[in-house]
Design a protein around this ligand. Sequence first.
Ligand SMILES: CC(C)(COP(=O)(O)OP(=O)(O)OC[C@H]1O[C@@H](n2cnc3c(N)ncnc32)[C@H](O)[C@@H]1OP(=O)(O)O)[C@@H](O)C(=O)NCCC(=O)NCCS
Length: 178
Amino acid sequence: MPAGVEPGHEVVLETTRLLLRPWRVVEAVVLRELWTERDPRVPPHRRIDADGHPTLADLEDSIRTDQRPSSGLLAVQRKVDRDVIGYCGLVDTGRGAEGEPELAFELLRRVWGQGYATEASLAVLDWARSSGHERLWATVWDWNIASRRVLAKVGFTETERTEVDAVHGTTLFTRRRL
Ligand SMILES: CC(C)(COP(=O)(O)OP(=O)(O)OC[C@H]1O[C@@H](n2cnc3c(N)ncnc32)[C@H](O)[C@@H]1OP(=O)(O)O)[C@@H](O)C(=O)NCCC(=O)NCCS
């Protein structure tokens, strides 16, 4: 079990600079900022719509109703600044095999390029391994160079599997044995 995981309780992962732990309702504002910052090439269901949804209240509700103790997408908090800068974790999208969730991460633009996604991902890989997972997937748009680089740095390799979307680009399927 990685340091900081409390058996039967909420997950808390610790790295040199970061804590990864469940979201708090008050931090919905960070989620909203992530939504507003998304690349225009990201499909519409992952972007703020013309009516402004998801609103801050929508996102507060989503945190409030997600009561699973082991919920996989953890808030990433800097230990020194104590601010939440995004999320990293595991998500069951059903796109991988049974018991093989996907690694996912997204950080606020103002903290990009400082190695945080790599640091957070390595902690999540340790957590996944100690939780009994043997293999993880990660999917990434072909145009998303930063994310592809992070995945390569933490040991994911591209497979032959892709999904082509004429509008948004090609999704690459990568995987990593733990
Ligand atoms: C992907 C993301 C989480 C990376 O976060 P980050 O903390 O900046 O990542 P790191 O600093 O750990 O590593 C980024 C790497 O990508 C490289 N990189 C970033 N932009 C690049 C570019 N345009 N061309 C080439 N390399 C690039 C950096 O140099 C670094 O690699 P290095 O350590 O070898 O120099 C962040 O860009 C993000 O939130 N993007 C939007 C959401 C997203 O794409 N999520 C993933 C969906 S699959």
